[in-house]
Design a protein around this ligand. Structure first.
Ligand code: S3P
Length: 443
């Protein structure tokens, strides 16, 4: 598939090289872009709700904008204004057959979650993506949607482009998903919105619950008991005014950067602190991180707080089982922190890392080694001994936003000059302002 080299590249934007000089102190305050996960969900639900939804602080990242582009191709009018967007929803049955193929860009969330909605539409749609997305498995959503009565074609039975032949007669199912994936759960629940009767999803481990919260906000009849969430189909949703909290996964880079720097005191304003995402904060604090969550409030059913982080000695530790699932997006930057920690970092049960935007076990290991850090990898994880020192080097994002940002953070504490991050433009998938925000807190 394609010729992107062994890690898979995302070449859509102009390549950008960023040089990171070491820093001694970090201070000040920043705001994060709106949460990527929540932005996708609000865009999709707003499209199939009745009436207008106003979204404030919608993510500036390319991925949620891929979702917006897709819903526009399905006949939804989206207006972009100062600090807010308006989505003019057309109800559960209001989407129109797209004139061409739907472009999900680099976004796994777009293709997997939107598929759930498209399964219940009386037309065929094809969704494609960039080279990285074209290597990511879709069978995990095809299985339940096929059970519900949609027909789906994919390359080699799993890879994008996928064509979904939707039906108005989608059947409600009780689905037990073998993979702990919020995208799969959301896909089935979104499909369930247009079925007659109750659709339920039981997950092996609890994953982020933004879809459940958002569906409730838009008026869906949905409840969760233990690991099972059930939605009653056929009820129209209503447009809302919602605020998207700052992205905690984006905040992770600043939390780690501040902890690792010799001197730091950084405030991150208005960050989403939904308990299904805050394992990161618990893990950092549990290992000695001086991270405080201040002034927690609620917005649209989501919790929001300000984070304060200071330089801290980190003990390191082990990430395995349910904790791996809860920290999956943060593992690249935690690997960077692990290398300088007292006792090192071990990650297990993380085979999902191999099917993210890149094979993140391979890309993390490659960049760490370029910076002189020792790491042992396994099929489903890695071990990084502690008390190591980063050496400035040329690293690569390999087209993966979280890899580029994680190694920019490593560059801040590297000895021996500037670290060069190649294909740094990949950060714009979730955080276009990342490098300017990082510069703004150097003191
Ligand atoms: C996401 C779920 C996770 C995560 C991704 C965003 C979501 O993926 O890695 O960045 O918004 O639901 P999986 O569902 O594949 O675990």
């Amino acid at each position: 598939m394609g010729s992107g080299g062994r890690f898979g590249r995302y070449n859509k934007r102009l390549p950008m090289q960023v040089r990171i000089a070491p820093s001694k102190a970090l201070g000040g305050a920043i705001r994060l872009p709106g949460d990527k996960s929540i932005s996708h969900r609000y865009a999709i639900l707003a499209a199939i709700a009745e009436g207008t939804t106003t979204l404030k602080n919608f993510s500036s990242g390319a991925d949620p904008h891929s979702t917006l582009g897709c819903v526009q191709s399905l006949g939804i009018v989206v207006e972009t204004g100062e600090g807010e967007i308006k989505v003019h929803g057309r109800g559960l049955r209001g989407l129109q057959a797209p004139a061409g193929q739907l472009d999900a860009g680099n976004s796994g969330s777009t293709i997997r979650m939107l598929s759930g909605v498209l399964a219940g539409q009386p037309f065929a749609s094809t969704i494609f993506g960039d080279e990285s997305l074209s290597r990511r498995p879709m069978k995990r959503i095809m299985t339940p949607l096929t059970q519900m009565g949609a027909r789906i074609e994919a390359v080699d039975g799993t890879y994008p482009p996928i064509t979904i032949y939707g039906t108005r007669d989608l059947k409600a199912i009780a689905y037990e998903t073998p993979v702990a994936s919020a995208q799969v759960k959301s896909c089935v629940l979104f499909a369930g919105l247009s079925c007659a009767g109750e659709t339920s999803v039981t997950e092996p481990l609890k994953t982020r619950d933004h879809s459940e919260i958002a569906m409730r906000e838009f008026g869906a009849d949905i409840k969760t008991i233990g690991r099972t969430t059930t939605v009653v189909g056929g009820k129209e949703l209503e447009g809302r005014e919602l605020y998207v909290p700052g992205d905690l996964s984006g905040a992770a880079f600043f939390l780690v950067a501040a902890m690792m720097n010799p001197e730091a005191n950084v405030i991150l304003y208005d960050v989403g602190v939904n308990p299904s995402r805050t394992a990161l904060i618990d893990f950092l604090v549990g290992g000695g991180g001086q991270v405080k969550v201040l002034d927690v409030r609620s917005s649209g059913g989501e919790l929001v707080g300000d984070l304060q982080v200071r330089n801290s000695k980190f003990q390191g530790g082990e990430i395995s089982g349910g904790l791996t699932a809860a920290l999956i997006d943060e593992i690249p930057v935690l690997a960077v922190l692990g290398a300088t920690s007292e006792n090192g970092l071990t990650v297990r049960d993380a085979s999902e890392l191999r099917v993210k935007e890149t094979d993140r076990i391979a890309t993390v290991a490659e960049n760490l080694r370029r910076m002189g850090i020792e790491i042992e990898t396994a099929a489903d994880g890695f071990h990084i001994p502690g008390k190591q020192t980063f050496r400035a080097a040329e690293v690569d994002s390999f087209g993966d936003h979280r890899i580029g940002m994680a190694f920019a953070v490593a560059g801040l504490v590297a000895e021996g000059g500037e670290t060069v991050v190649n294909e740094a433009e990949a950060a714009s998938v979730s955080f276009p302002e990342f490098f300017s925000s990082l510069e703004s807190i150097r003191t």
